[in-house]
Design a binder for this molecule. Structure first.
Ligand code: CIR
Length: 258
């Protein structure tokens, strides 16, 4: 169960954030509306929100998830892989230090974007990507190990269509994963039940399991009906403006239990 989530309102400069896709420029009014609906959905799942003010200097700072790995036993503050995002760390770390006793830090030359980190119960999958380097992934793995968790590293550098590991997968519950086709044969997933997405629904892979519900991007009826059939109630949310900056549902919050 999660009881709290950190969110940060998108800033007026949001459209200047990093992107690798060509989906057009985000419309700020729609961005803010979609972010409000996202926050409402978190609250409807029982979370109390810790709302941080917009940060005009860091257009990607609404994607708070990348800055910290939060676990029930401790937190790891990351060193983001994009230099323009390094200045986002301080404000998130201040909040994390307020709520967590055991806080560890990724150190240079390690880099980690926590969008590459997928918690699956007592195990963590860590993507090595354009943002998370091997050094960072190994530091993180060591910290998770010290908290009593296992982890495995998954190299996604060969996949040009996803920025982070979690752009292409999500953990639901009971050893069940949602994955894009390119991740279906990852050996580390062989003991898991996989829900494989077809090529038109890949963006929906970044869904978010929250206190018995699943937040899913709107417009992906295949996945949504499959989840409902499996007994997961879903909440569909418009994500178009965040998708324009490579963002998904999980990146917009840091969920934890306190
Ligand atoms: C970036 O490129 O860093 C942002 N525009 C998007 C970050 C998305 N974060 C995530 O998937 N965890």
């Amino acid at each position: 169960m999660f009881t709290k989530a950190i969110v940060k309102e998108p800033c007026a400069n949001f459209a200047s954030g990093l992107t690798s896709v060509d989906l057009g420029k985000p419309d700020l009014e729609v961005v803010l509306r979609q972010h409000r609906a996202y926050c409402d959905a978190l609250e409807s799942c029982g979370l109390e929100l810790i709302r941080l003010l917009p940060d005009e200097k860091h257009p990607d700072s609404t994607f708070v998830e990348d800055i910290t790995v939060l676990t029930p036993r401790g937190a790891v503050v990351t060193w983001p892989g994009a230099s323009s995002r390094l200045g986002e760390v301080e404000s998130i770390a201040q909040v994390v230090e307020k709520y967590f006793d055991n806080v560890q830090w990724i150190k240079k030359p390690g880099t980690v974007d926590a969008g590459d980190v997928c918690e699956a119960g007592e195990h963590f999958f860590i993507g090595i990507s354009r943002r998370t380097n091997e050094h960072g992934a190994r530091q993180l793995s060591g910290y998770l190990n010290s908290f009593g968790y296992s982890s495995s590293l998954i190299d996604i550098r060969g996949l040009s269509n996803i920025l982070h590991l979690k752009s292409g997968m999500a953990y639901l519950s009971e050893r069940r994963l949602v994955v894009i086709d390119a991740l279906r044969n990852v050996p580390e997933f062989s003991d898991y039940d996989l829900i494989c997405l077809n090529s038109t629904e890949e963006y929906a892979a970044n869904c978010l399991s929250l206190n018995g519900r699943i937040l899913i991007a709107r417009g992906y009826p295949g996945l949504q009906s499959e989840l409902e059939l499996l007994g997961y109630p879903t909440i569909a949310l418009d994500m178009s403006e965040f998708q324009k900056l490579d963002g998904g549902l999980s990146c917009l919050s840091l969920r934890f239990y306190r």
